[in-house]
Design a protein around this ligand. Structure first.
Ligand code: TRP
Length: 342
């Protein structure tokens, strides 16, 4: 059975090694391994970026840069089944979002934890932030996506998307929207697809996060490679003095093993076997630091060769293709609702 995979990476904030290894890299791999009939949708949810105040004068550049990161990471842009686009430039997203908002309930949206977290204690919370999950449902349903590789924090949004699709399909007694797979299936898919969660270098019980919150624990893709190597050298470990893959007892060492395995294209077992039982954490760290340094140098030099114009040309093409898929889906729903006849 062919499958459709869809994901959006927000265009605000700097992308770190955790985003890259856990989110972007598996997608890039997918783009090179699509089976016949599979499709991969990768877009920038730039309309979601403005649900909270951002630096508007930078938004365009950040969006373009996100696409540049995908390309420098090796995304197969020449595969006809790979779709790269900006959410804002496909008007069907905004249009479907409105229609779906008339089927979404105030109560269910009020229960979204991301909304509660992001709005807590704020004086002025935008209506856009409240209806954020509806727009996300539109992003997914327009393309009949099966798999949506996202973090646990998005689970509720995926479930809401399914609920909305079920509600609409029942209402009109017709399969207008394809249901994305259940969360458990999403997890299965993401695990096949690595299930990587890179931890902070300063506190290996936490996920790597934005660098303002945790400068020592976070490696940004734009960091100076030598500085990044130093962060690895200073990464938190333990005093067991024996290297092994063990998230429970040695999360710091295991995190480094994971970084080492991914950057050197090794399996977890291969990486562990390279180092298992070793007691020289310093030597191990030097090798991991070297892998990170080489990766960043290589990545950054690729970034520098991709021009804005090249990216815009790719987007124009990708957005054209995205419209061809999303417009008929929007029309189908408009017809059901009674806005158009044919
Ligand atoms: N909400 C997602 C996040 O914060 C980004 C996003 C928007 C998204 N629309 C999407 C992800 C559709 C997957 C599918 O990470």
């Amino acid at each position: 059975m062919s499958k459709r995979i869809l994901t959006g990476v927000r265009a605000n904030g700097d992308i770190h090694l955790g985003n890259y290894l856990g989110g972007i890299r598996p997608m890039v791999k997918q783009s090179n391994e699509l089976a016949n009939g599979d499709k991969l949708f990768m877009f920038v949810p730039d309309l979601h970026s403005i649900t909270t105040p951002v630096n508007y004068s930078n938004l365009f550049a950040t969006t373009i840069n996100n696409i540049r990161i995908y390309l420098a990471s090796g995304l197969n842009k020449d595969n006809e089944d790979v779709y790269l686009y900006r959410q804002s430039q496909i008007s069907a997203h905004s249009e479907l979002s409105w229609l779906l908002s008339c089927f979404g309930y105030f109560g269910e949206l009020s229960r979204m934890t991301q909304f509660k977290d992001k709005s807590e204690g704020k004086a002025n919370v935008s209506v856009g932030l409240f209806s954020y999950p509806i727009l996300m449902a539109a992003d997914i349903l327009l393309y009949s996506a099966d798999y949506i590789p996202v973090g646990d924090d998005q689970k509720q949004h995926i479930e809401l998307t399914r609920d909305l699709a079920i509600r609409v399909n029942n209402k009109f007694d017709k399969e207008i929207f394809k249901l994305p797979k259940k969360w458990s299936k999403q997890l299965e898919f993401m695990n096949i697809d690595e299930g990587v969660r890179i931890r902070s270098l300063s506190d290996s019980t936490k996920k790597m996060s934005k660098s303002i919150d945790d400068p020592k624990g976070t490696i940004l893709l734009k960091d100076n490679p030598l500085d990044a190597a130093k962060k690895i050298m200073r990464a938190e470990t333990d005093n067991l003095m024996s290297i092994d893959w063990n998230w429970e007892n040695q999360p710091g060492i295991t995190n480094l093993l994971q970084i080492y395995s991914l950057l050197n294209d090794k399996t977890n077992e291969e990486a562990t076997n390279d180092w298992k039982g070793g007691d020289r954490y310093g030597d191990f760290k030097k090798v991991v630091a070297g892998s990170v340094e080489t990766f960043l140098m290589d990545f950054q030099s690729k970034m520098n060769t991709i021009t804005d114009q090249e990216i815009l040309d790719i987007l124009v093409k990708g957005e054209q293709k995205a419209r061809e898929i999303s417009t008929p889906k929007l029309k189908e729903f408009q017809k059901a609702v009674g806005l158009i006849k044919n």
